[in-house]
Ligand binder design. Structure first.
Ligand SMILES: *Cc1c(COP(=O)(O)O)cnc(C)c1O
Length: 390
């Protein structure tokens, strides 16, 4: 019996299997960097990182310095790349914890370089090139008014010339790898490779070139290069319809459950929750479950979301509160206090995909998963969920 009224069950065996399935499809012996940013997309950074390394991920990636430090404090010793910006004042942490920092602007790189030289050490870096995402990266996308390729190569070369930095890798990020049309991704890849050729002509090469997120890793083998950077797929979610058709099997790793903590029989016309925005259409049974918007269960699920009780769909009735949500369980025979309701994921009676919840909100499963808050306990399992576990 799990001593919680709300919890996320994380199936680490599924994560390991997803990584193995992804690795089986990689070309040229490409390495796999497991992306565990945002608390491993809500799954818990440290347990997922340990499992990913055990399943063959050679390195890890996070968005922020604090996320990298959490992994180091937990004893993870593999290479860790920070995708985001780190304030130069924190350069000491990068060195002390042997982290790999992304750099994409000469001025920042120079700042890190000075601090490294002052310490008589070097900072490991991967240089990021923007080939059309418009986010972080040395500007390298084709531009009619200038020689973008040459200028990007110039700036990257300048960064690589800083003796306090060790430029081990170079990468770019795709904006449309999850779209049915691969043309944009192919164009970005071509731009990236052109800039790398220009650098090579200047005698600058990198030991690791990488570009592919989950969608590209699954559908566009030519993007694998030396390493791929899957995130969502290692958690068992397909990044796109095309990826779902690809034949790569992925198993969702998270199931979120909340127990019924109160039941009330109500008449037709009974108004429920803040604002009395919805009323019952017949006599029914209303269950209260202790999950709310502060847990990451979006308030837009008010009168719109659906959970699952013993395989029966049970609709959210009225507004989602901070800590609680009410569901109409009138259609479920003998619904009882203490019974676990599936918010998403799977149980023995079926599956409620995070993707379906995302569609109801007009968002993507990335957001549904990553917003499951720290207040939800994570229970780690190493097998598929069984009904008698709950
Ligand atoms: C988040 C992220 C990834 C992983 O993307 P998925 O679509 O989850 O596979 C890869 N690279 C970068 C730079 C990212 O920010």
């Amino acid at each position: 019996m799990i001593p919680y009224d709300v919890w996320a069950e994380i199936n680490l065996a599924a994560i390991a299997q997803n990584i193995r399935n992804l690795r089986a499809g990689l070309t040229n012996n490409a390495r796999l960097m497991a992306v565990v940013k945002a608390n491993a997309y809500g799954h818990g950074a440290v347990p997922v990182a340990r499992q990913a390394v055990a399943a063959g991920a050679g390195c890890l990636a996070v968005a922020r310095l604090a996320e990298a430090l959490e992994l180091r404090y937990a004893g993870l010793s593999c290479p860790i790349l920070i995708f985001g910006h780190t304030p130069p004042e924190m350069a000491g942490k990068l060195m002390a914890f042997d982290l790999i920092q992304t750099v994409y602007a000469y001025a920042d790189a120079r700042d890190l370089d000075r601090r490294a030289q002052a310490d008589g050490r070097t900072i490991r870096v991967h240089v990021k090139i923007d080939t059309g995402m418009g986010r972080l990266g040395v500007a390298g996308w084709p531009d009619s008014s200038r020689d973008a390729c040459g200028e990007a190569a110039e700036e990257v070369a300048a960064i690589c010339g800083l003796s306090g930095l060790r430029a081990e890798g170079v990468y770019t990020h795709f904006a449309t790898a999850d779209s049915p049309d691969p043309a944009g991704t192919r164009r970005q890849l071509e731009t990236f490779l052109q800039i790398l050729s220009a650098l090579e002509r200047r005698g600058i090469t990198f030991s690791v070139r990488h570009a592919a997120n989950s969608a590209a890793a699954i559908n566009l083998p030519e993007t694998h290069l030396d390493m791929v950077r899957p995130g969502i797929s290692i958690y068992g979610c397909y990044p796109s319809h095309e990826a779902q058709q690809s034949g790569v099997h992925l198993e969702p790793a998270m199931s979120l459950r909340a127990r019924i903590v109160h039941l009330k029989r109500v008449d037709s016309g009974f108004r429920v929750s803040y604002g009395w925005t919805e009323q019952t259409r017949e006599k029914t049974l209303i269950a209260t479950v202790p999950i709310g918007y502060a847990d990451g269960y979006d308030r837009h699920f008010s009168s719109r979301g659906r959970m699952s009780l013993r395989g029966f769909p049970v609709p959210v009735i009225g507004r989602v509160c901070m800590d609680h949500t009410m569901i109409d369980v009138g259609a479920v025979p003998d619904a009882a206090c203490g019974e676990p309701v599936l918010v998403f994921g799977r149980d023995t009676r079926g599956t409620l995909a995070a993707d379906h919840l995302a569609q109801a909100l007009g968002t993507i499963h990335y957001e549904v998963l990553s917003r499951i808050s720290a207040r939800i306990p994570r229970i780690y399992k190493s097998g598929l969920p069984k009904g008698n576990d709950i």
